[in-house]
Design a protein around this ligand. Sequence first.
Ligand code: ADP
Ligand code: KDG
Length: 319
Amino acid sequence: GVDVLTFGETMLAVQVPEPLTIGAGARTTIAGAESNVAIGLARLGHRAAWAGAVGDDEPGRLVLRTLRGEGVDTSHAGVRPEAPTGGLLRERRVADLVRVHYWRSHSAASLLTPEDLAPALAAGARVLHLTGITCALGPGPLEAVRRAAVHAHTHGWTVALDVNHRRRLWGDGDAGRALVPLLEHVTLLIASDDELPVLAGAFPGRPQGEEATVRALLAAGVREVVVKRGGEGAVLHGGDGSRHTLPALQVPVRDTVGAGDAFCAGYLSGLLDGLSPAGRLERANTLGAFAVASDGDWEGLPRRDELALLAAAPGSTIR
Ligand code: ADP
Ligand code: KDG
């Protein structure tokens, strides 16, 4: 088995640095929250597998080629001739405002079923990494997530869930109602501070505020809750009542998309390496900082020998 198994939708990503309607030039790459995490882990030397689905088309081939080139195990990824690979366009509308457009309804990944995941689950892993995005793709992907969580939980794997709420895909109510029932199988819950109310809304009594929501999550069976706070860093709430806070690294902000996925990859890497809570948070913040300080979701993520790179003086040249 691998260290980490994840699955979901990875798309053709077209990035335009100006408004699309002026006929801006584009750069093409791939994007997908779960494969971003897999790439981050693979760069650090962990064995990561991505078991999503793509169409039998050029975007699908770009996805698989890129993931393989990054050392991600795609042996259980699926190619579905009946539906296309999803796509997204990231349009830098003005200097610090990016608009995302999706073409992903009826995509190959939205047709994922629990049966598609069976071989990857049978192959085994230490950690299963799930996100709310996969749950939002449709009833098949949601059931695939649910069954994967049950399988992993019964086999004693660590089950990580990143809420990754996407309001373009579903509403807060639907997201809360889908995610909260998964929590009894989840070991590690990762959320941004602004995503906690989505979960809180689906608990009886609707806990108010971070403290009460974290208590409800821990009571539902989660063992660790990690709350991301953007440029302020992150907090880890342990099931034993412990709490660790770590500020973010000071880096110039280039492109914040993908920071949350990088953070997850760093946290899981720390978990696999047996680091302390503070060590796990530090690796998570380090990967998050690499993601915000470079363009693209995953392109700037570090190899293991680069982890200390951001400690160099700002603006320095390493020669
Ligand atoms: P998401 O992208 O999921 O919304 P956040 O914005 O909370 O997640 O960012 C995830 C992590 O990335 C943060 O916890 C932090 O470690 C890192 N990060 C985000 N923004 C910055 C920043 N401006 N400077 C340094 N690190 C950052
Ligand atoms: O977390 C980064 C993602 O937003 C991006 O890679 C695309 O999966 C994606 C999504 O649904 O937005």
